[in-house]
Design a protein around this ligand. Structure first.
Ligand code: PEP
Ligand code: MG
Length: 559
């Protein structure tokens, strides 16, 4: 039995075979084949498998986001079987005796170049499609699995680290738990694990060895402990813990349908954070009162090209309709920093967290922003929508974003396309500048939602991706909490509601503080709704408020 210690970032106990994440190899071997006919058959088999996979993806997309979403994969299917494409590959295999993966690589590069040179922007965008389709075929030829998991049974997935774009594409039904060598608790991969309700442990360094592949592991996401080939006694203890958790979950179930109200009658909304319309099921099953943060960029991360207005419309409409009239706050695109997307072709930055990200990209590239806002307003006819802008620092940014909303509404009115007239507009407070200017910003919006992940990062000058900052990265830091109080006071003075959608919202050690400073809404991962409700219902705000605020605002220190 081998014990390994990491940092637990998503609770729960899971047991299953260990499986190392397969990342697409960047180096494609190039060699001469002796039997060109056999090589051609190898290509044809890979092509057929790719077409089959794309068909499955199209079906999945149709179920989750409608016909428009499925179209992308159907187009990819056609591309994989395109005659010119196929003939070019056959030419290289037959005439030059090139191996299939090298032939596909060369033809993909030629076709992508050809599309990129075209005048029509639609055709230019096909360059990314041909690369994507070819990447899939090459993956099959080289034995690298798209989606990263080629196992008939669910596994505990291990990786050096996982980018958000890799995590969103994983087949969730195959994952029992995550283990990564690097990573940090407030990285988007950890956030996704929590949203999916999957136990996750990060920062195990080189303790995980390749020879552990396929062996049974037990992970405990609350303590960060991992056991490989557990002995009977340890397995029994861990399984008892799992039982205990299931029992606790059952008890929490009794809180479904109950209000989020303190002992002395103060109520607070408990909403959920999601990354795509599929997550609505978890929101409803955990009795979330609404959606306080839909990270719309995950839709973009899931696509190989800019998602069209219709594609986005279907996804937003689905989330809004499935929520049946409950509030849904959708955040406009927040890419940049750790969420990079190839087709945006963003220049490399020295400090991407301080660079061109989120609303900055939208204001610099209005065509992308407008497409998203049109989709959002069209979807607003199907539910109760709030639109939220991320990474605000200045009043002028919000004014410019609002102007774009007005332009979109004018266009839709002229086109006779319906939209709701009660869409709320809000901003994320996730920079110290926005917190300090919240008295003025409040005059421009209906709500604030505090992004404590970034607010902590920017206030404390601590990279949220860096797992080695230890005690320096402290989201409980009074500087962060004082900013939250300032934001709350400024919001309420101006009749604006204020929520927290960063990970801190689910931190039960701070629930009393949030209630004392008057936060109106906490938006957390679906699994955190019921534990948070339980905590809220145990608090008597009038008994704790003076002490909590006194400690927060005191200038005393202990020497
Ligand atoms: C935050 O910064 O707290 C937040 C909710 O946004 P994200 O984690 O997606 O940056
Ligand atoms: Mg943020």
């Amino acid at each position: 039995m081998i014990s390994i210690q990491g940092k637990g970032v998503s609770t729960g106990v899971a047991m299953g075979p260990l499986y190392y994440y397969q990342r697409a190899k960047s180096v494609i071997r190039r060699y001469q084949v002796e039997d060109a006919a056999a090589e051609w058959d190898r290509f044809k088999a890979a092509q057929a498998k790719a077409v089959e996979q794309l068909g499955d993806l199209a079906e999945k997309a149709r179920e989750e986001a409608g016909d428009e979403a499925a179209l992308l994969f159907e187009t990819h299917q056609m591309m994989a079987e395109d005659m010119d494409y196929e003939e070019a590959i056959q030419g290289l295999i037959n005439d030059e005796k090139l191996n299939a993966e090298a032939a596909v690589t060369d033809v993909a590069a030629q076709f992508a170049e050809m599309f990129a040179q075209m005048d029509d922007t639609y055709m230019q965008a096909r360059a990314a499609d041909v690369k994507d389709v070819s990447g899939r075929i090459i993956g099959i030829l080289t034995g690298v699995v798209q989606g990263g998991i080629d196992s008939p049974v669910p596994v505990v997935l291990a990786a050096d680290d996982l980018a958000p774009s890799e995590t969103v594409q994983l087949d969730k039904s195959k994952i029992l738990g995550f283990i990564t060598e690097g990573g940090s608790g407030s990285s988007h991969t950890a956030i996704l694990a929590r949203t999916m309700g999957i136990p996750a442990i990060i920062g195990v360094g080189n303790q995980l060895k390749p020879e552990f592949e396929g062996r049974e592991v037990i992970v405990d996401g609350s303590t960060g402990s991992i056991v490989v080939d557990a002995d009977d006694a340890t397995r029994a203890v861990m399984m008892a813990k799992r039982e205990e958790q299931l029992k606790r979950q059952k008890l929490l179930e009794q809180l479904k349908g109950q209000p989020n109200i303190t002992k002395d009658g103060q109520s607070i909304k408990v909403f959920c954070n999601i990354g795509n319309p599929e997550d609505v099921a978890a929101v409803l099953s955990n009795d979330g009162g609404g959606i306080g943060l839909f990270r719309s960029e995950f839709l973009y991360l899931n696509c190989s090209d800019y998602p069209t207005e219709d594609y986005q419309f279907e996804a937003y409409k689905k989330a809004l309709s499935d929520m049946g009239g409950r509030e849904v706050v959708i955040r406009t695109l927040d890419i940049g920093a750790d969420k990079q997307i190839d087709y945006f072709q963003m220049p490399k930055e020295e400090n991407p967290a301080l660079g061109n990200r989120a609303l900055r990209i939208c204001l610099n590239r209005p065509e992308i922003f407008k497409t998203q806002l049109r989709a959002l307003y069209r979807a607003s006819a199907f539910g109760k929508l709030g639109i939220m802008f991320p990474m605000v620092t200045s009043v002028w940014e919000v004014k410019e974003a609002r102007k774009m909303c007005e332009l979109v509404k004018k266009e839709l009115t002229e086109e006779g396309k319906p939209f709701a007239d009660d869409v709320q507009i809000g901003i994320m407070i996730e920079t110290p500048a926005a917190a300090v200017m919240s008295d003025r910003l409040a005059k421009l919006v209906d709500f604030f939602s505090c992004g404590t992940n970034d607010l902590t990062q920017y206030t404390l000058a601590c990279d949220r991706q860096n797992n080695d900052l230890g005690r320096f990265f402290n989201p409980h830091h009074p500087a962060v909490l004082r900013l939250l109080k300032m934001v709350c006071d400024n919001a309420h003075r101006n009749g604006v509601w204020v929520g927290i959608c960063g990970e801190l919202g689910a931190d039960l050690e701070l629930t009393e503080t949030f209630l004392s400073i008057g936060i109106d809404e906490l938006s957390v991962s679906p699994r955190s709704v019921l534990p948070l409700r339980q905590k809220i219902r145990e608090v008597t705000v009038s008994e704790v408020k003076e002490k909590v605020l006194g400690e927060l605002l005191s200038d005393e220190i202990t020497l």
